[in-house]
Write a protein that binds this ligand. Structure first.
Ligand code: AHR
Length: 321
Protein backbone atom coordinates (compact mmCIF):
# COMPACT_ATOMS: atom_id res chain seq x y z
CA UNK A 1 0.00 0.00 0.00
CA UNK A 2 1.33 3.45 -0.88
CA UNK A 3 0.76 6.17 1.68
CA UNK A 4 -0.01 9.63 0.43
CA UNK A 5 0.61 12.66 2.64
CA UNK A 6 -2.98 12.83 3.83
CA UNK A 7 -3.21 9.18 4.96
CA UNK A 8 0.16 9.51 6.67
CA UNK A 9 -0.93 12.59 8.59
CA UNK A 10 -4.16 10.85 9.63
CA UNK A 11 -2.21 7.76 10.77
CA UNK A 12 0.20 9.86 12.86
CA UNK A 13 -2.69 11.80 14.40
CA UNK A 14 -4.49 8.55 15.31
CA UNK A 15 -1.34 7.10 16.83
CA UNK A 16 -0.73 10.15 19.02
CA UNK A 17 -4.38 10.21 20.03
CA UNK A 18 -3.99 6.56 21.20
CA UNK A 19 -1.02 7.56 23.33
CA UNK A 20 -3.05 10.40 24.81
CA UNK A 21 -6.00 8.14 25.67
CA UNK A 22 -4.63 5.47 27.95
CA UNK A 23 -8.00 4.86 29.65
CA UNK A 24 -9.82 4.15 26.42
CA UNK A 25 -6.92 2.10 25.16
CA UNK A 26 -6.84 0.12 28.41
CA UNK A 27 -10.53 -0.73 28.09
CA UNK A 28 -9.70 -2.50 24.84
CA UNK A 29 -6.56 -4.16 26.19
CA UNK A 30 -6.72 -7.90 26.79
CA UNK A 31 -6.47 -9.07 30.38
CA UNK A 32 -3.23 -11.02 30.87
CA UNK A 33 -3.31 -14.05 33.15
CA UNK A 34 -0.16 -15.88 34.23
CA UNK A 35 -0.92 -19.51 35.13
CA UNK A 36 1.55 -21.91 36.70
CA UNK A 37 0.42 -25.51 36.30
CA UNK A 38 1.69 -28.41 38.45
CA UNK A 39 2.70 -30.59 35.49
CA UNK A 40 1.20 -33.34 33.35
CA UNK A 41 1.29 -36.17 35.88
CA UNK A 42 -2.23 -37.51 35.35
CA UNK A 43 -5.25 -37.74 33.08
CA UNK A 44 -6.91 -35.29 35.49
CA UNK A 45 -4.13 -32.74 35.04
CA UNK A 46 -4.28 -32.97 31.24
CA UNK A 47 -8.02 -32.26 31.38
CA UNK A 48 -7.42 -29.36 33.78
CA UNK A 49 -4.81 -27.79 31.48
CA UNK A 50 -7.14 -28.17 28.51
CA UNK A 51 -10.00 -26.58 30.48
CA UNK A 52 -7.85 -23.57 31.43
CA UNK A 53 -6.46 -23.05 27.94
CA UNK A 54 -9.79 -23.30 26.17
CA UNK A 55 -11.63 -21.17 28.74
CA UNK A 56 -8.99 -18.42 28.40
CA UNK A 57 -9.45 -18.47 24.63
CA UNK A 58 -13.24 -18.33 24.92
CA UNK A 59 -13.05 -15.47 27.43
CA UNK A 60 -10.61 -13.43 25.30
CA UNK A 61 -7.99 -13.53 28.07
CA UNK A 62 -4.31 -13.69 27.14
CA UNK A 63 -2.87 -16.71 28.93
CA UNK A 64 0.79 -17.08 29.84
CA UNK A 65 0.99 -20.78 30.71
CA UNK A 66 3.88 -22.46 32.46
CA UNK A 67 4.29 -26.19 33.25
CA UNK A 68 6.29 -26.77 36.46
CA UNK A 69 6.92 -30.48 35.89
CA UNK A 70 5.84 -31.17 39.47
CA UNK A 71 8.62 -29.01 40.94
CA UNK A 72 7.92 -26.20 43.40
CA UNK A 73 11.06 -24.31 42.40
CA UNK A 74 9.76 -24.15 38.81
CA UNK A 75 6.45 -22.73 40.04
CA UNK A 76 8.23 -20.09 42.10
CA UNK A 77 10.34 -19.13 39.05
CA UNK A 78 7.21 -18.90 36.88
CA UNK A 79 5.41 -16.70 39.42
CA UNK A 80 8.45 -14.39 39.63
CA UNK A 81 8.53 -14.16 35.86
CA UNK A 82 4.80 -13.28 35.78
CA UNK A 83 5.51 -10.53 38.32
CA UNK A 84 8.37 -9.21 36.17
CA UNK A 85 6.08 -9.23 33.12
CA UNK A 86 3.46 -7.30 35.12
CA UNK A 87 0.58 -9.64 34.26
CA UNK A 88 -2.87 -8.56 35.49
CA UNK A 89 -3.62 -11.68 37.55
CA UNK A 90 -1.59 -14.72 38.61
CA UNK A 91 -3.23 -18.11 39.15
CA UNK A 92 -1.59 -21.36 40.13
CA UNK A 93 -2.20 -24.83 41.41
CA UNK A 94 0.45 -25.29 44.12
CA UNK A 95 2.28 -28.61 43.82
CA UNK A 96 2.78 -28.73 47.61
CA UNK A 97 1.06 -26.85 50.43
CA UNK A 98 3.97 -25.11 52.16
CA UNK A 99 6.76 -22.71 51.23
CA UNK A 100 4.84 -20.02 49.33
CA UNK A 101 4.94 -16.98 51.67
CA UNK A 102 7.94 -15.23 50.13
CA UNK A 103 6.83 -15.36 46.52
CA UNK A 104 3.22 -14.54 47.41
CA UNK A 105 4.42 -11.50 49.34
CA UNK A 106 6.36 -10.44 46.24
CA UNK A 107 3.16 -10.66 44.15
CA UNK A 108 1.26 -8.69 46.78
CA UNK A 109 3.95 -6.00 46.85
CA UNK A 110 3.65 -5.77 43.05
CA UNK A 111 -0.15 -5.41 43.51
CA UNK A 112 -0.87 -8.46 41.38
CA UNK A 113 -3.85 -10.46 42.67
CA UNK A 114 -3.34 -14.22 43.04
CA UNK A 115 -5.99 -16.92 42.63
CA UNK A 116 -5.38 -20.48 43.81
CA UNK A 117 -6.98 -23.21 41.72
CA UNK A 118 -7.35 -26.91 42.53
CA UNK A 119 -4.86 -27.04 45.44
CA UNK A 120 -4.39 -24.71 48.36
CA UNK A 121 -1.42 -23.36 50.34
CA UNK A 122 -1.05 -23.38 54.11
CA UNK A 123 0.09 -19.82 54.68
CA UNK A 124 -1.00 -18.10 57.91
CA UNK A 125 -1.68 -14.88 56.02
CA UNK A 126 -4.73 -15.43 53.84
CA UNK A 127 -4.49 -11.94 52.36
CA UNK A 128 -1.73 -13.32 50.15
CA UNK A 129 -4.34 -14.66 47.73
CA UNK A 130 -7.75 -13.46 46.65
CA UNK A 131 -9.64 -16.72 46.31
CA UNK A 132 -9.17 -20.49 46.29
CA UNK A 133 -11.36 -22.48 43.92
CA UNK A 134 -11.38 -26.26 43.78
CA UNK A 135 -12.47 -29.51 45.38
CA UNK A 136 -12.87 -30.35 49.04
CA UNK A 137 -10.19 -33.05 49.24
CA UNK A 138 -11.02 -34.04 52.84
CA UNK A 139 -14.60 -34.70 51.78
CA UNK A 140 -13.36 -36.79 48.84
CA UNK A 141 -11.40 -38.95 51.30
CA UNK A 142 -14.49 -39.25 53.49
CA UNK A 143 -16.61 -40.32 50.51
CA UNK A 144 -14.08 -43.05 49.73
CA UNK A 145 -14.12 -44.15 53.39
CA UNK A 146 -17.92 -44.17 53.64
CA UNK A 147 -18.22 -46.27 50.50
CA UNK A 148 -15.78 -48.82 51.95
CA UNK A 149 -17.47 -48.97 55.35
CA UNK A 150 -20.82 -49.63 53.68
CA UNK A 151 -19.40 -52.23 51.28
CA UNK A 152 -17.69 -54.14 54.10
CA UNK A 153 -20.40 -53.76 56.74
CA UNK A 154 -21.05 -57.50 56.94
CA UNK A 155 -17.40 -58.51 56.79
CA UNK A 156 -16.29 -60.09 60.04
CA UNK A 157 -12.46 -60.31 60.29
CA UNK A 158 -9.82 -57.69 59.54
CA UNK A 159 -9.87 -55.60 56.38
CA UNK A 160 -6.28 -54.96 55.29
CA UNK A 161 -5.89 -51.79 53.26
CA UNK A 162 -2.93 -50.59 51.23
CA UNK A 163 -2.84 -46.91 50.34
CA UNK A 164 -1.22 -45.23 47.34
CA UNK A 165 -0.72 -41.62 48.37
CA UNK A 166 -0.44 -38.67 46.02
CA UNK A 167 2.58 -36.35 45.86
CA UNK A 168 4.21 -35.94 49.28
CA UNK A 169 3.23 -32.61 50.87
CA UNK A 170 0.45 -31.88 48.36
CA UNK A 171 -2.97 -30.80 49.60
CA UNK A 172 -4.85 -33.71 47.95
CA UNK A 173 -2.48 -36.31 49.41
CA UNK A 174 -2.71 -34.84 52.92
CA UNK A 175 -6.46 -34.26 52.87
CA UNK A 176 -7.58 -37.45 51.11
CA UNK A 177 -5.65 -39.48 53.67
CA UNK A 178 -7.13 -37.47 56.51
CA UNK A 179 -10.75 -37.76 55.32
CA UNK A 180 -10.49 -41.49 54.64
CA UNK A 181 -8.87 -42.25 58.02
CA UNK A 182 -11.45 -40.14 59.83
CA UNK A 183 -14.20 -42.45 58.55
CA UNK A 184 -12.56 -45.88 58.79
CA UNK A 185 -11.22 -45.32 62.31
CA UNK A 186 -14.76 -45.83 63.62
CA UNK A 187 -14.30 -49.58 63.11
CA UNK A 188 -11.03 -51.23 64.24
CA UNK A 189 -11.39 -54.01 61.67
CA UNK A 190 -10.09 -51.55 59.04
CA UNK A 191 -6.29 -51.47 59.04
CA UNK A 192 -4.01 -49.53 56.72
CA UNK A 193 -1.14 -52.01 56.55
CA UNK A 194 0.96 -50.08 54.02
CA UNK A 195 0.93 -46.52 52.76
CA UNK A 196 3.35 -45.01 50.29
CA UNK A 197 3.45 -42.29 47.67
CA UNK A 198 2.92 -43.08 44.00
CA UNK A 199 3.25 -39.39 43.09
CA UNK A 200 -0.13 -39.39 41.29
CA UNK A 201 1.37 -41.24 38.26
CA UNK A 202 0.51 -44.59 36.64
CA UNK A 203 4.14 -45.71 36.50
CA UNK A 204 4.74 -45.06 40.20
CA UNK A 205 1.36 -46.51 41.14
CA UNK A 206 2.30 -49.75 39.41
CA UNK A 207 5.79 -49.83 40.90
CA UNK A 208 4.61 -49.27 44.48
CA UNK A 209 1.74 -51.76 44.14
CA UNK A 210 4.24 -54.37 42.93
CA UNK A 211 6.21 -53.81 46.12
CA UNK A 212 3.03 -54.02 48.26
CA UNK A 213 2.09 -57.30 46.56
CA UNK A 214 5.57 -58.71 47.05
CA UNK A 215 5.45 -57.91 50.74
CA UNK A 216 1.84 -58.81 51.55
CA UNK A 217 0.29 -60.54 48.51
CA UNK A 218 -2.97 -62.28 49.39
CA UNK A 219 -3.20 -60.47 52.73
CA UNK A 220 -4.30 -57.32 50.89
CA UNK A 221 -8.09 -56.87 50.81
CA UNK A 222 -8.39 -53.25 49.68
CA UNK A 223 -6.42 -50.69 47.67
CA UNK A 224 -7.17 -47.02 48.32
CA UNK A 225 -5.47 -44.91 45.62
CA UNK A 226 -5.48 -41.11 45.90
CA UNK A 227 -6.09 -40.86 42.14
CA UNK A 228 -7.25 -42.94 39.19
CA UNK A 229 -3.90 -42.99 37.43
CA UNK A 230 -2.18 -44.72 40.34
CA UNK A 231 -5.12 -47.15 40.60
CA UNK A 232 -4.82 -47.96 36.89
CA UNK A 233 -1.07 -48.59 37.27
CA UNK A 234 -1.80 -50.76 40.32
CA UNK A 235 -4.45 -52.76 38.41
CA UNK A 236 -1.71 -53.80 35.96
CA UNK A 237 0.50 -54.89 38.84
CA UNK A 238 -2.35 -56.91 40.39
CA UNK A 239 -3.08 -58.67 37.08
CA UNK A 240 0.60 -59.40 36.52
CA UNK A 241 0.68 -60.97 39.99
CA UNK A 242 -2.08 -63.36 38.84
CA UNK A 243 -4.83 -61.76 40.91
CA UNK A 244 -8.17 -60.27 39.89
CA UNK A 245 -8.53 -56.50 40.44
CA UNK A 246 -11.87 -55.43 41.97
CA UNK A 247 -12.51 -59.05 43.00
CA UNK A 248 -9.49 -60.35 44.93
CA UNK A 249 -8.68 -56.78 45.93
CA UNK A 250 -11.37 -54.10 46.25
CA UNK A 251 -10.12 -50.91 44.56
CA UNK A 252 -11.18 -47.38 45.44
CA UNK A 253 -9.78 -44.31 43.71
CA UNK A 254 -10.41 -40.62 43.17
CA UNK A 255 -10.95 -38.33 40.12
CA UNK A 256 -13.50 -40.23 37.98
CA UNK A 257 -11.62 -39.61 34.73
CA UNK A 258 -12.55 -41.54 31.58
CA UNK A 259 -9.76 -44.07 32.19
CA UNK A 260 -11.38 -44.96 35.52
CA UNK A 261 -14.76 -45.43 33.84
CA UNK A 262 -13.17 -47.78 31.31
CA UNK A 263 -11.61 -49.75 34.16
CA UNK A 264 -14.96 -49.89 36.00
CA UNK A 265 -16.80 -51.00 32.87
CA UNK A 266 -14.16 -53.73 32.42
CA UNK A 267 -14.88 -54.82 36.02
CA UNK A 268 -11.40 -53.91 37.30
CA UNK A 269 -12.10 -50.89 39.53
CA UNK A 270 -14.86 -50.81 42.15
CA UNK A 271 -15.46 -47.10 42.62
CA UNK A 272 -14.12 -43.65 41.80
CA UNK A 273 -14.85 -40.50 43.78
CA UNK A 274 -15.33 -37.50 41.52
CA UNK A 275 -12.83 -34.61 41.47
CA UNK A 276 -13.59 -32.18 38.68
CA UNK A 277 -10.69 -30.68 36.71
CA UNK A 278 -12.98 -28.39 34.71
CA UNK A 279 -11.99 -25.23 36.55
CA UNK A 280 -11.18 -23.08 33.51
CA UNK A 281 -14.49 -21.22 33.01
CA UNK A 282 -14.79 -20.44 36.74
CA UNK A 283 -11.22 -19.14 36.81
CA UNK A 284 -11.74 -16.88 33.81
CA UNK A 285 -14.88 -15.35 35.25
CA UNK A 286 -13.03 -14.78 38.55
CA UNK A 287 -10.21 -13.04 36.68
CA UNK A 288 -12.73 -10.76 34.95
CA UNK A 289 -14.46 -10.03 38.27
CA UNK A 290 -11.16 -9.12 39.90
CA UNK A 291 -10.36 -6.73 37.06
CA UNK A 292 -13.85 -5.23 37.39
CA UNK A 293 -13.15 -4.54 41.07
CA UNK A 294 -15.61 -7.13 42.42
CA UNK A 295 -14.97 -9.03 45.64
CA UNK A 296 -14.71 -12.80 45.24
CA UNK A 297 -15.59 -15.41 47.86
CA UNK A 298 -12.43 -16.57 49.63
CA UNK A 299 -13.34 -20.22 48.96
CA UNK A 300 -15.28 -21.63 46.00
CA UNK A 301 -15.92 -25.37 46.42
CA UNK A 302 -16.54 -27.62 43.44
CA UNK A 303 -19.61 -29.85 43.70
CA UNK A 304 -18.86 -33.52 43.21
CA UNK A 305 -20.28 -37.02 43.55
CA UNK A 306 -19.13 -40.65 43.59
CA UNK A 307 -19.39 -43.33 40.88
CA UNK A 308 -19.49 -47.02 41.82
CA UNK A 309 -18.79 -49.53 39.03
CA UNK A 310 -22.49 -50.46 38.83
CA UNK A 311 -23.35 -47.07 37.25
CA UNK A 312 -20.21 -46.68 35.11
CA UNK A 313 -21.61 -47.85 31.76
CA UNK A 314 -24.65 -45.62 32.07
CA UNK A 315 -22.64 -42.54 33.16
CA UNK A 316 -19.71 -42.94 30.75
CA UNK A 317 -21.31 -41.22 27.71
CA UNK A 318 -21.94 -38.10 29.82
CA UNK A 319 -18.36 -37.73 31.02
CA UNK A 320 -16.47 -34.68 29.77
CA UNK A 321 -12.98 -35.70 30.96
O1 AHR B 1 -4.90 -31.84 42.67
C1 AHR B 1 -5.73 -32.73 42.03
C2 AHR B 1 -5.04 -34.04 41.87
O2 AHR B 1 -3.85 -33.87 41.14
C3 AHR B 1 -5.80 -35.09 41.08
O3 AHR B 1 -6.57 -35.92 41.87
C4 AHR B 1 -4.68 -35.88 40.53
O4 AHR B 1 -5.06 -36.81 39.56
C5 AHR B 1 -3.79 -34.81 40.10
O5 AHR B 1 -2.60 -35.15 39.63
Amino acid sequence: MTLNRRTLTTAIAAASLGALLPAAALAQKKIVLGFSQVGAESEWRTANTESIKSAAKDAGIELKFSDAQQKQENQIKAIRSFIAQKVDVIAFSPVVESGWETVLREAKAAKIPVVLTDRSVNTKDDTLYVSFMGSDFIEEGRKAGRWLVEKMKDQKGEVNIVELQGTVGSAPAIDRKKGFEEIIKADPKFKIIRSQTGDFTRAKGKEVMEAFLKADGKKINVLYAHNDDMAIGAIQAIEEAGMKPAKDITIISIDAVKGAFEAMIAGKLNVSVECSPLLGPQLMSAVKDIKAGKTLPKRIVTEETIFPMEVAAQEFPKRKY
